[in-house]
Design a protein around this ligand. Structure first.
Ligand SMILES: [Zn+2]
Length: 430
């Protein structure tokens, strides 16, 4: 799950659970099939997949990601799917031996360098640009270094607004506390940008009131490079004589955060995608099954957005459901919540075809519970929702303490949670 999109920080759970088992469509046929499918799902297989994938980080754009993606592709092929490794380019932050110097009056303020800041060196006067809200930046910043206060708009917008007025550098100061480690610049924002503490910033703003101040600003080791990440796509076409013309999708993300082995986030989801692909590989179907693992989820859902952008309108119209599994196997997630902490999140917080089917599947599988639903983005169900496709994220809430740390390792994985989630999604997909 990504931290980059914060729109969904509200972890609300809808108290009204989705439809019960009695209302499930074709419940007898579904049960017969469930039994067939469920008996084949193996938590041991999933566990082994996680162990293999979590041997090293799979950060987007690194050899670790490509190795993982190639393994996943190989498994899909083995199970008889038409597969594709779909590359896409993305801007990747460079932060190698990064250093920032901000000298004013012979003293270095030791600033924090913005994530993605352009590397460069300027000596110029400092001009107070307030919060650099669009339309309020003074013309006087032209050729000067803009002093900017945090708050009310994004870091990227602040840099954009002062660049448009001709500034040659940015000194951001915090709006609270004593920290300075914030700030993000976009690719193409080609001026150095650094952050100082609130105390340093307000002192500098005071100094400016009594006369010109010159600063020497130097950033090295920072910027952007173009990286390559991958989606892995597997398709199983239905029997030609029995084709509903519809597509059901099941997804997870295979990339991890830098330095994190990503056992739960999200090798666990990938392991369930592969296991469902395996057990459904030889199944007679009347609807296309499409399994996808996305790259660069942790960079801001880049892989799923790229994949969604490659779908024609006709193809998108055929997709009737997207099931996203992200972090479905942690021993330490879920607390004492209902359904062992498993929850389905939709972008709008409303139930849809995916949540209805899976909630009913929860009741008739081993878990024996209707899976609750709530509202959250931050994973790859988002671009599908934006295309009007019923989509939901399957995850345990609350998250484990190891989330996005090097401690997200195989020993924290619970086979029972893997089994339950794969059963529910598998039964719902059918
Ligand atoms: Zn994550």
């Amino acid at each position: 799950m990504s931290v980059l999109l914060t729109a969904g920080l509200v972890l609300s759970v809808n108290a009204a659970y989705a439809q019960g088992p009695g209302e499930a469509p074709n419940s007898n046929a579904a049960s017969a099939f469930d039994n067939k499918i469920i008996k084949k799902i193996s938590a041991d297989n999933m566990y082994n997949t996680i162990a293999l994938l979590s041997k090293e980080p799979r950060t987007a754009g690194t050899p670790g990601e490509l190795k993982g993606a190639q393994y996943i592709k190989g498994q899909f092929e083995k199970y008889g799917y038409e597969t594709e490794l779909q590359p896409f380019a993305f801007y990747d932050v460079v932060r190698t031996n990064v250093s920032g110097v901000l000298e004013i009056g012979g003293q270095d303020l030791k600033p924090y360098v913005f994530s993605g800041s352009f590397s460069g060196e300027v000596t110029a006067e400092v001009v107070n640009a307030g919060k650099a809200i669009l339309g309020t930046v003074p013309d006087a910043v032209k050729g000067k270094i803009a002093l900017v206060e945090r708050g009310d708009n994004t870091f990227v917008d602040k840099v954009k607004n002062v660049i448009e007025k001709g500034a040659v550098g940015v000194i951001l100061y915090n709006n609270t506390g004593t920290a300075n480690n914030v700030g993000v610049a976009d690719p193409g924002q080609n001026i150095p940008a650094v952050t100082v503490t609130r105390a340093q910033g307000t002192t500098l703003a005071e100094q400016l009131k009594s006369g010109p101040v010159t600063a020497h600003l130097k950033v090295t080791g920072s910027g952007y490079k173009v990286g390559t990440s991958y989606n892995v796509i597997a398709k199983m076409k239905p029997n030609k004589n029995k084709d509903t013309g519809q597509i059901v999708m099941v997804g997870a993300h295979h990339d991890s955060v830098p330095g994190g082995p990503g056992a739960n986030d999200d090798a666990s989801g990938v392991s369930a995608v592969l296991e469902l692909a395996r057990v459904m590989g030889n199944m007679p179907i009347d609807t296309e099954l499409r399994f996808v693992t996305f790259g660069s989820e942790e960079k801001g859902l880049l892989g799923s957005y790229h994949y969604a952008s490659t779908l024609s309108d006709t193809e998108a119209d055929k997709i009737v459901a997207h099931f996203q599994m992200d972090m479905i196997g942690s021993k330490d997630a879920g607390g004492d919540n209902k359904a062992n902490g498993l929850i389905m999140y939709t972008i709008d917080g409303k139930k849809n075809l995916v949540t209805d089917l899976a909630s009913a599947a929860g009741v008739r599988t081993a878990m024996g519970e209707a899976v609750p639903y709530g509202q959250l983005g931050r994973s790859d169900h988002q671009p599908f929702h934006e295309l009007g496709i019923p989509a939901a994220l399957f995850i345990h809430s609350p998250l484990e303490p190891w989330y996005h740390t090097p401690a997200d390792t195989i020993d924290k994985i619970d086979k029972n949670k893997l089994q339950e989630t794969a059963e529910i999604v598998g039964a719902a997909v059918y």
